[in-house]
Design a binder for this molecule. Structure first.
Ligand code: NAP
Length: 327
C-alpha cells in the first residue's frame, strides 16, 4: 500500500513522449518525479514500427525502442515508474489526489499526458494488423507504402490531409467515406477532391479488412444507400475517423474544449494552478511525437517554477521525490 503521508512533488500521468520528456526534465531539475502508466507503457508510438521523423535518428528508430530509450533516460535522472490504471483524480483540494484502485497518491504538482486514442472501426482485426498494413498515422507510416495502393477511411480534415500526404508515396489512394459529402474544411476537401491520384468511394463503410499471413490484402465495403458490397485490393488501410482524448478522469475539474481536449494557456497551464497538460491530451492539431515531447518539457519547467513558489523545501526535506512541508 502507498503511504498516505507521502506527498510527491510531481506526478506525471502517462508514458508517451510527453510524459517521458516531462519525467526527464522534472528528474533533472528537482526531486524524482513519479510517473504512473497503464499496462501498455509508451503511448501511441508503441503501435507504430519505424519512426523516421524524430530528430536525432538519421536512420529512423522503432517506436518501442524510442520510448524505451526515453524511459531509460528518465530513470537515469531518478524518475520512478509505477504501473496502475488511474481510476479517480481529485484536483479540488491540495495536495492533489490520484487513485489507482485502492492505492492513493498525493502530489503538489501534476502533469497530465494521458494522450488521445485513435478511434477504430471495431472490425476485430484492426489492432492486430497495426504495422502490417493498418495504420492510424500517415505521417508516421506513409513512407512504407511507396509505390503501393492504400485506402484512407474518413471524411474529415485528418483523412483529407492523410490522403494528400499519402500521394507522395502511394501509387493509388482511395478514400472511403460513409456519406456523400465531406466533413473536412473546404480548403482541405478541395485539395483532396481535385487530386488526380485520389479516388473516392462514397456512402460506404468498411465491413472487413482482408488479410493474409503477410498483412493487409484488401477491404470489403458496403454502400449504405444501395447495400451493395464490393472488394478492393490494397496494401494499406489508414484509419482517420478522429481521436478521442483520454480525459474522462478530469471531467468537471479541468476546462476542456467541445471535443474533450484539455484547454491550456501560457504553455501547458490548465485552469488549476499546479496542474499542467502536455501532448495529445491538449493538442488535436499537431499530434507528433516531437511536439508532444516539446510540450512535456514545457510542463516540467512550468511545474518546477510552480513548485519554487510553494512553501516546501525541495533540497533539504525532499528525499527520492517525496516532500515534506518546510520547517
Ligand atoms: P473529425 O472531424 O471528427 O472527422 C472524422 C471523420 O471520420 C468524419 O468524416 C466522420 O464521418 C468519419 N467517421 C467517424 N466515425 C466513423 C466510423 N465509425 N466509420 C466511418 N467513418 C467515421 O476528425 P478529424 O478529421 O481527425 O479532425 C479532428 C479535429 O482536428 C477537427 O476539428 C479538425 O478540423 C482538426 N484538424 C485540423 C487540421 C488542420 O486544420 N490542418 C488537420 C487535422 C485535423 P461523418 O463526417 O459522417 O461524421
Amino acid at each position: 500500500m502507498t503511504n498516505p503521508d507521502v506527498i510527491h512533488e510531481t506526478i506525471i500521468l502517462g508514458s508517451g513522449p510527453a510524459g517521458l520528456t516531462a519525467a526527464i526534465y522534472a528528474g533533472r531539475s528537482r526531486c524524482c518525479p513519479l510517473l504512473i502508466h497503464g499496462i501498455q507503457p509508451g503511448g501511441q508510438l508503441t503501435t507504430t514500427t519505424a519512426v523516421d521523423n524524430f530528430p536525432g535518428f538519421p536512420e529512423g528508430i522503432d517506436g518501442p525502442d524510442l520510448m524505451e530509450n526515453m524511459r531509460r533516460q528518465a530513470e537515469r535522472f531518478c524518475a520512478r515508474f509505477v504501473e496502475g490504471e488511474v481510476t479517480r483524480v481529485d484536483l479540488q483540494e491540495r495536495p492533489f489526489r490520484i487513485w489507482t484502485g485502492e492505492e492513493m497518491y498525493r502530489c503538489l504538482s501534476l502533469i497530465i499526458t494521458t494522450g488521445a486514442s485513435p478511434k477504430l472501426l471495431d472490425l476485430g482485426n484492426e489492432e492486430a494488423l497495426y504495422g502490417r498494413g493498418v495504420s492510424v498515422c500517415a505521417t508516421c507510416d506513409g513512407f512504407f507504402y511507396r509505390g503501393r495502393e492504400v485506402v484512407v477511411v474518413g471524411g474529415g480534415d485528418t483523412a483529407m490531409e492523410e490522403a494528400v500526404f499519402l500521394t507522395r508515396f502511394a501509387s493509388k489512394v482511395t478514400v472511403v467515406h460513409r456519406r456523400d459529402s465531406l466533413r473536412a474544411t473546404p480548403v482541405l476537401a478541395d485539395r483532396a477532391l481535385t487530386h488526380k491520384a485520389i479516388n473516392f468511394i462514397w456512402d460506404s463503410v468498411l465491413t472487413e479488412i482482408l488479410e493474409d499471413s503477410a498483412g493487409v490484402t484488401g477491404i470489403r465495403t458496403r454502400n449504405l444507400k444501395t447495400g451493395n458490397e464490393n472488394e478492393l485490393a490494397c496494401d494499406g488501410v489508414f484509419i482517420a475517423i478522429g481521436h478521442r482524448p483520454n480525459t474522462e478522469l478530469f471531467l468537471n475539474q479541468l476546462e476542456m474544449d467541445d471535443d474533450g481536449y484539455i484547454l491550456t494557456r501560457n504553455g501547458t497551464e490548465t485552469n488549476i494552478s499546479g496542474v499542467f497538460a502536455a501532448g495529445d491530451v491538449q493538442d488535436h492539431q499537431f499530434r507528433q511525437a516531437v511536439t508532444a515531447a516539446g510540450t512535456g518539457c514545457m510542463a516540467a519547467i512550468q511545474a518546477e517554477r510552480f513548485l519554487d513558489n510553494l512553501p516546501y523545501d525541495s533540497t533539504l526535506s525532499c528525499k527520492k521525490g517525496i516532500c515534506m512541508p518546510k520547517g
